[in-house]
Design a protein around this ligand. Structure first.
Ligand SMILES: NC(=O)C1=CN([C@@H]2O[C@H](COP(=O)(O)OP(=O)(O)OC[C@H]3O[C@@H](n4cnc5c(N)ncnc54)[C@H](O)[C@@H]3O)[C@@H](O)[C@H]2O)C=CC1
Ligand SMILES: O=C(O)C(=O)CO
Length: 319
């Protein structure tokens, strides 16, 4: 009898086809109110599940006695309770590495867009307000030669710092769970305690996972430590930041601007004060969202799932 798989994200046709050849597949392009009950029902008999975005609760997993592996189409695994997986001996696979460069490109777009006010000034042109040569009121600030403070110097943080060092002649400061000798050698990056990094950086950029230790790591106290000219960039997870404190820091001029790809609540509510601030660039969680990278992530997630269900070594296990 074929093992049963539940896919809860739209996958490229050829990957769905290959899964259907080997497994009995129940597929949902996305989960919403119209199909949530059917999804919860399908999970109950699944041996493997594959998807992204939605939170997979322990209650859902409890209902699936045959489950062996969950394969997420993301590098982040904060939508799962990792301790539950360990306790139950379940495998949790993810997609590190293949999205480093696309995500670092997004982060650099946020750095440039925030510093040079790209979104605000593009809207100014479209609104027909460009009626004479621009003046100081529209000037931005330099990126090249400035100091980048990376909090989280792992796979993606290093890819961001490489762009900053080699492409923009930036000085790199970083804080990480442990020193990163590769970044120190290649990028002349300097490890600093978090508070010192916050005080010295022109651009403070978060690139670390959301865990119980990193939730609300950056709040009112940390924004006060930053320079008033600092630009804050977050494309890791919204809940690493106290969003109310970020809004206050921006409104009160404690920091200069922010570039954000992630938010406490996603999609960002339309009445969020962040959307009223001209010094905020807000993106809809597009870090890895290129055709090539999403294809590579989907392929890796399928490889992980198939290996797990065949009893072979899984290329990328988070647990
Ligand atoms: N916006 C988006 O679309 C994307 C967001 N992400 C997010 O980025 C995160 C990082 O991804 P990778 O670079 O692949 O992970 P990684 O594991 O290679 O790097 C994370 C780094 O954060 C450091 N870290 C952990 N806790 C820390 C703390 N309290 N203080 C300082 N450093 C700490 C670790 O030492 C590690 O070097 C993911 O977990 C995910 O949440 C990843 C891809 C795309
Ligand atoms: O991979 C992740 O963790 C994302 O946030 C989206 O690519």
């Amino acid at each position: 009898m074929k093992q049963r798989v539940v896919v809860y994200k739209k996958l490229p046709d050829e990957l769905m086809q290959s899964l259907r050849e080997e497994f009995e597949v129940t597929a949902f392009d996305r989960i919403d109110d119209s199909n949530r009950a059917a999804f919860l029902d399908a999970i109950k008999s699944a041996h493997g599940i594959l998807g992204s975005t939605i939170r997979i609760t322990n209650e859902m997993l409890d209902s699936a006695p045959d489950l062996k592996i969950a394969s997420t189409v993301s590098v982040g695994v904060d939508q799962f309770d990792l301790d539950y997986f360990r306790r139950r001996g379940l495998m949790l696979a993810h997609t590190p590495g293949v999205l480093n460069e696309a995500t670092a490109d997004t982060i650099f777009s946020l750095i440039l867009a925030s510093a040079r006010r790209i979104v605000e000034l593009a809207e100014y042109v479209k609104a027909g307000k460009w009626t004479g040569s621009i003046g100081e009121a529209q000037f931005g600030v330099n990126v090249h030669g400035k100091t980048l403070g990376m909090i989280g110097m792992g796979r993606i943080g290093s890819a961001v710092a490489r762009r900053a060092h080699h492409g923009f002649g930036m000085r790199i400061l970083y804080n990480n769970t442990r020193p990163n000798p590769g970044a120190e050698a290649e990028l002349k990056a300097t490890f600093l305690p978090r508070d010192e990094l916050l005080a010295q950086a022109d651009f403070v950029c978060l690139m670390l996972p959301l865990t119980s230790q990193t939730e609300k790591l950056i709040g009112a106290r940390e924004f006060k430590l930053m320079k008033r000219s600092a630009i804050f960039i977050n494309a890791s997870r919204g809940r690493i930041v106290d969003e109310a404190a970020l809004i206050k820091a921006l409104q009160e001029g404690e920091i200069h601007a922010a570039g954000l790809d992630v938010f406490e609540q996603e999609p960002l509510p339309v009445d969020s004060p962040l959307l009223q601030l001209s010094n905020v660039v807000a993106l809809p969680h597009i870090g890895s969202a290129t055709h090539e990278t999403r294809q590579a992530m989907a392929e890796l997630a399928v490889q992980n799932l198939v290996a797990g269900l065949r009893g072979q070594p899984v290329p990328h296990l988070a647990v």
